[in-house]
Design a protein around this ligand. Sequence first.
Ligand code: BT5
Length: 262
Amino acid sequence: MKYDLITAEKIKIYLRTHTFGRKIFAFWSVGSTNEFAYKLANQGEQEGTIVIAEEQIEGRGRMKRKWHSPFGKGLWFSVILRPSSRTANAGLYPYLAGVSVAQAIENKIGLRPVVKWPNDLLLNDKKFCGILSEVEFIDNRIDFIILGIGINVNHKLADFPEELQHHATSLLIEARSKIDRVYLLAEIIYLLEQHYYFTDEYGFDYITANWKKRCPHLGKNVHIIQDEMHYEGKFEDLDENGCLLLRTNSGDLQKIVAGDLV
Ligand code: BT5
């Protein structure tokens, strides 16, 4: 077989978790794992269930952007969460995902990714991982969160469309060797579960602290675009809800909820 296909059985061989990944929907091809997981969660699917696909036809990023997800090359998956935490914490789960992916890659591959606000992971200044967290609220609390993670794993440069070739990279390109996707996935799921239950009990401070240690832009002057608005200033900190705190040139502290750091 040309591809080392990802199956639920293979993932379970490596899994060390209690609830995360104990139920897995694995597809050859799907529109978007986030979309599929969203439907499942709406029908009451349990926490920790994972949807994974070899290929996404309509993989998506934030703000209706496309996420390139070719067959057999990456890890394209979504986890259903049902946290009991405050609605204000909803924006912190992408940081939990980013830290989990970065640690798993350090542990299993020995590369050290850096993070870029709000939800990118980079190697060599190029993006190899994006995170899309979609939240459903009910009566002032979180009903569920779909935490979607896309990782370019075994892409060669030519596997990317031309417009991404200068901005994107993969673990294979950076590590110069093919990666066992299932082995890496099991470690990510393990760390996601560990951090998830820890934050439930003790809050998110240690996650945001870990994220900030990996962020080369913290304390530096940055340029942020949110919708049509441009902001410049020093990236001073993250607040307790995961918003970026920007010290503008006039000295004000501005809270930025969403946007792109360029
Ligand atoms: C993201 O959005 O980075 C979130 C990506 C989340 C993808 C996962 S895969 C599993 C789950 N199911 C889904 O349907 N989605 C999630 P954003 O920050 O908006 O970045 C999107 C931008 O990244 C695009 O406009 C491109 O410029 C770039 N891009 C697209 N595909 C890429 C890739 N494979 N590698 C690197 N950059 C890419």
